[in-house]
Design a protein around this ligand. Structure first.
Ligand SMILES: [Zn+2]
Length: 182
């Protein structure tokens, strides 16, 4: 006796009325096939359904439809991951703005100045905890110690500030060299 092999075919959709199968459709071809075929109009060849399904599965039109479906699924998951990233960034930015407002409210209530000395206020020196960076930035530092989102934002801002300072230094040196040479 030959054991029958079970092949799961998720693309098959069966139209049933009053517990009786009426026609068999291919969901992928219905959505992605470029032309009509037996499985988009509904195959009713129940007597030879097994072989009809096999023929359809290997047909050019079905294979092209599967490829189109896979491409669309890939794009969908790519788009979804972008949406999740944008939502996370949005959520983080709102959180950072809220924290900044809390600090501004506190400094205003206590009638404290925001700024310190100009020389130490730059973010490029902010990782030096021995310097006084002014009330606003020092409050940011305190809160960021227990706030991962703010800490990440601060680290990025410090790095950006350091890079800008290096670029500026580089341009200034280049200008000086050009002035000396001219
Ligand atoms: Zn198909």
């Amino acid at each position: 006796m030959v054991m029958s092999e079970k092949i799961p075919r998720k693309w098959i959709t069966i139209k049933i009325i009053c517990n009786k199968a009426q026609a068999v459709y291919c969901s992928i071809c219905l959505a992605f096939a470029v032309c009509e075929n037996t499985f988009t109009t509904g195959s009713t060849n129940f007597r030879h359904m097994h072989s009809v399904i096999k023929i359809h599965e290997n047909s050019k039109v079905h294979i092209s439809a599967v490829e189109a479906y896979l491409r669309a699924s890939k794009n969908q998951s790519f788009n979804n991951s972008i949406s999740v990233k944008i939502l996370n960034e949005k959520h983080n930015n709102i959180h950072i703005i809220k924290q900044i407002f809390e600090i501004i409210k506190f400094l205003g209530k206590q009638n404290l100045p925001y700024r310190g000395s100009n020389a130490t206020e730059t973010l490029s020196l902010f990782d030096n905890e021995n310097l006084n960076h002014g009330n606003f930035l020092e409050m940011i530092r305190i809160i960021s110690k227990n706030d991962q989102i703010l800490r990440d934002h601060l680290e990025k801002a410090i790095l950006k500030s350091k890079r800008s300072k290096d670029t500026l230094k580089c341009l200034t040196n280049q200008n000086r060299r050009e002035e000396v040479l001219s």
